[in-house]
Design a protein. Sequence first.
Length: 276
Amino acid sequence: MDLATRWSSLFVGMSPASFINFSFLPKYGVYFLQALGYTLLLAVVSVALAVLPALLLAFMRLSKKRLVRAVSGAYIAVFRSTPLLVQLSIIYFGLFGAISIPRLYLFGFIDISRFIPGVVALALNSSAYVAEIFRAGILAVDAGQTEAARSVGFSSGEAMRLVVLPQAIRNILPSVGNELIVNIKDSSVLNVISVSELFFQAKSAAGTYYRYFEVYFIIAVIYLILTLTVSRILRAVEKKMDGPDNYVIHGSQSDSRADIKVSVENEKEAVKRWNA
């Protein structure tokens, strides 16, 4: 028997359904939708919880005191230099291993005893990255802004809160949004502590039906759609914060009733020509 005949004999009696089979979807489709919401909840809550610690860490990094800078730098270095899986294991089996959390269910499928350690691990990991984002955003604001605020009587705290931070937020929004997308994907690590997010449900479906390619293909498509949708929403928010492309200045030095229409694109082009 030649090689071609033996190869063909391997596929005798096999139908196309033997290769591509989505028979798991009627049962696990609902579980995938629940896990989709769970994954998004984990990402949003963890980033939200990371914001305040990250802001504190950023201020510590900008402090004039060496010890304060060293503590903040050590925290950031540890969480950025070790794998999230290792951090999760230490937090879950170490910190929460000594704490008894009641096994309550939110919305009927979110196990609080797994959800809290998972969110804490993601938030602590994210805070290290978001802290550097905040620090870079604050440093990107011209120092003259702070000096101008101080010259009109603002304290250092008021200048930071009322002048620097509002401008820094516009600078850091894209990067914080990117951290949200990273957490959507990193939440898959939580399957090791039985958090029933997308990847956990995918493993369950694949192990039950032995359809590994089809299950993980579906999950990959769900992750892709989710991250692209979040990216679009974040871009829309960023564009909204940038303001309109054209605006009108009411009144001028020569005629208070005159309206001057200004195009942002023309203004940017004028600045480029001036700098050149």
